[in-house]
Design a protein. Structure first.
Lengths: 379, 359
């Protein structure tokens, strides 16, 4: 960071854009190999994601999940921790949301229930992140390993609970009963209908507002509080943080708990909003996508929102693609999504040195030309 | 959309043929030809109108099990009638409703929904699109435009349980399930009941492969489970575990034990090892839905397919006929008749989520 030679618009604007284009060029090659037209595919994908009301709704609905998990990864990342456990924390968070909703849904309307649901979800998600955090801070177990393993434990635990305990009696699929009608989050189309605006149906619900609110809160937390300062300091240089009197162990645990609580908000969107019940695998990979989202968004809330919309569009446009063009199977859609993640996440800095060189040469030659001009003017 | 264009192509070809015939001579033979051409026209007219669709579930259409059964059924329909169908494989829970709705929006009819997980999606879509016909497999959705196809897996499992117990010399038999869900426990429970019905003091060892959907596709672990069951004395194993079963059958073959297949007739996989298969005719259910829609005989309502309806059964063919003694066959056929007649009632695990036979 110290010897940054590129202006910000190249670093956070141009490089991701070039990376996306590269990913799409490689994808186009794959699509051509199976004998379909890449142009048509791009058209279908873009139209599916942004072209009509339902598509936009689904894009933003997926983006809501990715904002939550992206923020979760970002908060941990600022403390120098790589939280791979967003999937499990979101899963458990959904359980917390589900339990409190199942308990209170016949008594309370959704707006009264929401604070309890957020609290319960956050508590469950934070608790699930607390154990790996504790092991990292006080026992030195690596957080990457423990959080990955906790995803599997969460999955097994949820299957056990849904199959044996929470299952709706007589139901074939391992899922709880649906929540009472007034207790679920209003869909956005219902909200808009209340104002007399008609938009198409989609699972997009008021959780999106909660997600944007979470972005503001994370921004405040990381850059405008003492906790945030401590978190960032550990991320930059843990030894310096210790030296300056920060309790690193406690801060690691706290930042992981915040991270887990943020991931758990996926449960609000899914359990209380879109699915209206707890069911198997409702997280559907959002926890892992959050890692790519956070990387691409440079761990900043604004970047995370942009990256979330991109990935939401990939999910929704990808579904549309396999719907419209039958030779493009869902596996190929995963390939395209994987390429975008590869180029934007893993290879994010691949082009940076080249661009730096180009930019340097350009600015130097420009400076030299100006010098020449000045000399000519003098003589 | 492009899939459906073929159907209208077929129609125009038949029309063309018909035109050619009207210019022919006016013999008796011609009238017959014209008649058959007219029949062909009307058939292809319905063919052009029929836009069937399938929404596969998360396992995907090549899961070597349930979804693939449906795939085989609709492929057979496509081959026989030339009518293409539209398909979608969901990748996350939110896509179920999206896909089912979208099929209806695009005027697909009938729409087959694969698997119990799509029930709520079908319920919502069937209310929003009352003119579209839906068929859901493995679950009941009570709507006037929905046909629900469910199977009595416990009855088929009962029969193969009997065969296992009768074949076993150690009087220990075993079960390998896929993912631990009520449906698989229903298989397990029927199997235990059948084994104990045939041989009173038989012991049944049961294991589930896992608790996540990955358990449907883990032949390595399936093989390990089967081996450990053999170590504990089992000599016949029944796998109701999707693609995991392949590992179970291989382990049985390696150890010189017997195995029982599931869903489709898997007797041919390892002749001499495969004692029998418990067949669940998902493909026929899917095929029938499309076929009935084409013939105009499609009816909404619940379709329970048990032994009586041929929805589940045990498989006897040239690959396993040497393994089944006449006594075994007689006993199983007797039990089958008794179940159909209602003299034997096989307990359904999912009726009360318990299995008394396993205690």
């Amino acid at each position: 960071m110290s010897n940054r030679t590129l202006p910000a618009w190249i670093d956070i604007g141009l490089i991701p854009l070039i990376n996306i284009c590269l990913a799409f060029i490689v994808s186009a090659g794959v699509i051509m190999l199976i004998g379909e037209s890449p142009l048509e595919a791009v058209q279908v994908m873009l139209f599916g994601a942004f072209g009509y009301g339902e598509g936009i709704g689904y894009t933003l609905y997926y983006a809501t999940n990715f904002i939550f998990t992206g923020l979760a990864v970002a908060v941990a990342f600022h403390a120098g921790l790589f939280n791979i456990g967003g999937e499990g924390q979101a899963y458990l968070g959904g359980l917390g949301v589900g339990l409190i909703c199942l308990m209170l849904d016949s008594w309370l309307p959704w707006w009264a229930l929401l604070p309890f649901a957020i609290a319960a979800g956050a508590l469950f998600g934070a608790a699930w992140a607390y154990i790996p955090a504790y092991l990292q801070a006080y026992r030195g177990s690596h957080i990457v390993i423990t959080t990955i393993m906790f995803n599997f434990i969460a999955s097994a635990l949820m299957v056990y609970l849904l199959v044996n305990v929470l299952i709706e009696p007589g139901s074939m699929s391992p899922q709880t009963r649906s929540l009472a009608e007034g207790a679920t989050l209003p869909y956005m189309y219902q909200v808009f209908a209340a104002f007399g605006i008609e938009i198409e149906q989609s699972p997009l619900n008021v959780s999106l507002i909660l997600a944007l609110l979470a972005c503001v809160l994370v921004w405040l937390l990381i850059w405008h509080t003492r906790w945030g300062y401590a978190i960032r300091m550990i991320g930059f240089n843990e030894k310096a943080a210790v030296y300056s009197g920060i309790n690193t162990r406690r801060t690691i645990v706290i930042s992981m708990c915040i991270s887990g609580a943020l991931a758990a908000m996926v449960g609000i969107n899914e359990v209380m909003g879109a699915q209206q019940r707890v069911l198997l695998e409702f997280v559907a990979g959002a926890g892992f996508t959050g890692i790519a989202v956070s990387l691409m968004g440079r761990n900043h809330p604004l970047g995370i929102i942009a990256a979330s919309i991109l990935f939401g569009a990939l999910y929704q446009g990808g579904a549309e693609l396999s719907f419209e063009i039958s030779t493009i199977t869902r596996d190929l859609v995963v390939v395209i999504q994987g390429l975008v993640i590869l180029f934007c996440g893993a290879l994010a800095y691949m082009l940076k040195p080249t661009l730096e060189k180009l930019f340097l040469r350009y600015t130097l030659s420009k400076a030299a030309r100006q010098d020449n001009l000045a000399e000519e003017a003098q003589s | 959309m492009r899939d459906w264009q073929f159907a209208s192509d077929a129609q125009s070809i038949t029309k063309h043929n018909n035109k050619a015939m009207t210019t022919g001579d006016k013999s008796m033979k011609f009238q017959l030809l014209a008649l058959s051409a007219a029949v062909a026209i009307s058939a292809s007219a319905t063919a052009a109108d029929l836009k069937p669709a399938v929404v596969f579930d998360m396992g995907g259409k090549f899961d070597k099990s349930f979804n693939e059964g449906v795939y085989n059924g609709v492929e057979r329909f496509k081959k026989e009638t030339g009518i293409k169908y539209k398909e979608f494989e969901v990748t996350n829970p939110a896509q179920r409703e999206q896909a089912v709705r979208k099929m209806a929006q695009r005027k697909a009819d009938p729409v087959i929904s694969v698997g119990f997980a799509q029930a709520s999606a079908v319920e919502k879509a069937s209310k929003a699109y009352p003119d579209t016909r839906f068929t859901i497999i493995d679950m009941v959705v009570d709507q006037p435009n929905v046909q629900s196809v469910v199977f009595k897996e416990q009855e088929g499992s009962f029969l193969v349980g009997m065969l296992a117990a009768m074949k076993s010399e150690s009087k220990v038999v075993s079960f390998v399930g896929g993912m631990d869900i009520p449906l698989i426990r229903r298989f397990n429970c029927g199997y235990v009941q059948g084994a104990k019905y045939a041989v009173n003091n038989v012991e049944v060892i049961s294991n589930m492969t896992g608790t996540t959907p990955a358990a449907w596709n883990d032949p390595g672990k399936g093989g390990e489970l089967a081996k450990s069951q053999f170590d504990r004395g089992s000599d016949v194993v029944f796998a109701a575990a999707g693609a995991t079963g392949a590992g179970v059958y291989q382990a049985a073959k390696d150890a010189g034990k017997f195995a029982i297949g599931v869903d489709s007739n898997q007797n041919h996989l390892h002749p001499g090892t495969m004692l029998t298969s418990m067949t669940k005719q998902v493909d026929i259910a899917a095929y029938n839905s499309f076929k009935a829609a084409q013939d105009g005989t499609w009816k909404p309502g619940i379709n329970v397919l048990g032994l009586a309806e041929g929805g589940v059964d045990w498989a006897l063919d040239e690959h396993n006929k040497d393994l089944i003694t006449p006594e075994m066959k007689a006993a199983v056929e007797q039990a089958k008749a008794d179940i159909i007649a209602g003299k034997i009632v096989v307990h359904d695990y999912m009726a009360d989520n318990t299995c008394p036979a396993m205690n």
